[in-house]
Design a protein around this ligand. Structure first.
Ligand code: ATP
Length: 359
């Protein structure tokens, strides 16, 4: 068996001068749920289209189960695709929609029947096979599209923003549901989304894309806890950024308007480099008193501009001495927020929660 279900090698797609996909190398393990995450226009859908074979790459190769497929048409690639708009056939019943790929492959009638029943049961639509897509809810249509893609037992499943047309509650349910089905079947899946929440909940690994390239690949916790660039740090979760400068070869950082820190989460950076020190709002403390001094804690002074009530949490916005703003998230544990608008305060965090990124 090939080591990777899918491998992208130097993949490029240009439209005139525009580089929609700008040299992607990526390996997806068999059975893995990998998400391509990034803002609108970063090249996610184009990458998925290249894998599916909807259009040819400008350069590079796509290996499916160890075999090059870039020159093959879509139907020879053994891939199941679910689109954002589901692309169901409206004149066909649910059963006919799901059976379509099997009929094209000329499977015996009895086997088609069994496999369609299995697929509908998997997505919890047993008994609805006679309906037409328009007689169903958005969530049910989404399940039909998933059943239609899975029924052919593809080597790889491609999902292009399949949840974006659903309302919030349903979207949250379907996240869990799709991840459950994927794990049950062990099917290698590439999922495209611009929604970081979906990516964090569903993925084994996330590839964060920016301007046609992959900025970082890793498990959700790694990407969240150790972002490799400012782009990744601000795209996933929320982040405060402070300016700083590397002081010496030991990597100590002098914060603008703050103290000196060491023991932070940083790659090796040369002395004199200007850096961003990134700290998550939920890892930041706030107090009226100056925190105990020392390089293991970063500390900055500011003034509270707003306190927001979010239900499960409260958010304190602070303006620093240089005029910029940052934010502290406090869980709502029932205790009152210890500061109020107008207070002069200290924001602090353990240096180990400070991600130092090149500016
Ligand atoms: P979204 O989340 O909005 O769907 P995306 O990350 O999927 O965005 P793509 O649709 O892959 O992004 O597009 C990447 C870039 O390539 C964009 O700048 C887009 O305008 C451009 N592009 C995509 N398809 C074409 C095309 N057929 N002709 C010209 N430019 C294109």
């Amino acid at each position: 068996m090939a080591e990777f279900a899918l491998e992208l090698q130097g993949l490029e797609k240009t439209y005139g001068a525009a580089r929609a996909v700008d040299g992607i190398d990526l390996q997806v393990h068999t059975g893995e749920f990998l998400t391509l995450l990034g803002p609108s226009g970063c090249g996610k859908t184009t990458t998925l289209g290249l894998i599916a074979g909807f259009f040819p790459p400008t350069a590079g190769e796509i290996m499916l189960a160890g075999k090059p497929v870039a020159a093959l048409p879509p139907f020879k690639r053994d891939i199941g695709v679910v689109f954002q708009d589901y692309a169901l056939f409206p004149h066909m019943t649910v059963e006919q929609n799901v059976a379509f790929g099997l009929r094209m492959r000329r499977l015996p009638k009895a086997e088609i029947k069994t496999r369609v029943e299995e697929a509908l049961s998997l997505v919890k639509l047993t008994g609805l096979g006679e309906r037409k897509p328009l007689e169903m809810s958005g969530g049910q249509r989404q399940r039909v599209a998933l059943a239609r893609a899975l029924v052919i037992r593809p080597t790889i499943l491609l999902l292009d923003e399949p949840l974006s047309n659903l309302d919030l509650k349903l979207r949250e349910d379907m996240r869990v549901e799709i991840a459950r089905i994927q794990r049950k079947l062990g099917i290698t899946t590439v999922f495209v989304t611009h929604d970081q929440g979906e990516a964090l909940v569903m993925s084994d690994r996330i590839a964060v894309m920016n301007a046609g390239r992959i900025e970082q690949v890793g498990p959700p916790t790694d990407i969240y806890e150790h972002p490799a660039s400012r782009f990744v740090a601000q795209f996933i979760g929320r982040m405060n950024f402070y300016q700083g400068r590397v002081m010496d070869d030991a990597g100590r950082i002098e914060l603008v308007g703050g103290n000196v820190i060491s023991g932070h989460d940083a790659q090796e950076l040369a002395a004199g480099t200007t850096v961003h020190v990134a700290v998550r709002p939920e890892r930041t403390r706030i107090s009226k008193d100056m925190p105990a001094a020392g390089e293991a804690v970063m500390a900055l002074k500011g003034r509270v501009s707003d306190v927001l009530f979010l239900g499960a949490a409260r958010e304190v916005h602070v303006q620093y001495q240089d005029g910029r703003f940052g934010c502290v998230e406090l869980p709502n544990n029932g205790a009152p927020v210890p500061v109020a608008a107008g207070d002069e305060v200290w924001m602090s965090a353990d240096a180990s929660c400070c991600h130092v990124l090149p500016a």
